[in-house]
Ligand binder design. Sequence first.
Ligand SMILES: Cc1cc(CN)n(C)n1
Length: 333
Amino acid sequence: GAVSATATANDAEFVSPVSIGGQTVMMDFDTGSSDLWVFNSQLPAADQKGHTVFDTTTSTSFKMLQGETFSISYGDGSSASGNVGTDIVNIGGATVQTQAVELAKNVSGSFLSDTSSNGLVGFAFSKLNTVKPTQQKTFFDNVASSLALPVMTVSLKSGSNQGSYEFGKIDTAKFTGQITNVSVNSANGFWEFDSTLFKVGDSGAMQQITTAPTAIADTGTSLMLVAPEAAQAYYAQVQGAMQDQTAGGYVFPCGATLPSFSIAVGGQNLATVPATVLNFATVGKDTQTGQTFCYGGIQSSGANQFMIFGDVFLKSMFVVFDQRGPSLGLASP
Ligand SMILES: Cc1cc(CN)n(C)n1
């Protein structure tokens, strides 16, 4: 049946409750990776501070997988590593009896300081799972056969702190109009699709993307990382925008008028990201002019061979991650 978990957002990430061996932990759902790892009782006490940890010793269904370990690093430089067991995992009513649960013994600083999340659930393809010597399957791969439809839908709403991940059903109350379906190439292990055209603002001309003509849908990335030529063309239309080394990307005067950004998903289907979500954060004041600068939700994907459409893109969409195909469905919420 249809199951759903709520997601709370500080607009930089969306966490949801996950039950592991009967213990509920708030975790980050990441369609850009394929490991389920959790803060747990093996971590040094100092590293557990501020976090909810999964206690392997009090779960009657937990089993350690002897000799199995994991080690993962993410695009933002964060990382985690440790050992592996299995337990009963339930997300919003969907249950996997024997889910690989990776137990962090080391986590990098950004995970320690982010007390709103106690681990990640990966929803990319299992070929990216890092467990060695026996690669493990994702929760989504394990649960798919028990669902009426092998789908996960994602509706992340900006600012409202509410969003939802739903398994097994496409809830027509959660979107308006038609769902546009786009074929996914999972060869690299991601929800990757063609994206070769973009437009800045409502009246801008369509422009070609030549440097990185594909994108992945990644709920674990906060920003929208687009091909350098597209980022450059976007900020050329923002008064006072500049690239700032300290901020690590494009910034602009917070009062600047921002155009919308439209980009092709699959063939000619244009998805438009409204200006309202394209001011990501305030970064500080210019000491000379006293002007406050803001950091853009659109940034360059640099030398990456694909673009990364994170929460800035996803929170203005209703997205269906569909194992049939596989494919992505996009609609207006
Ligand atoms: C922790 C984490 C996850 C992701 C995206 N897959 N990033 C960039 N960082």
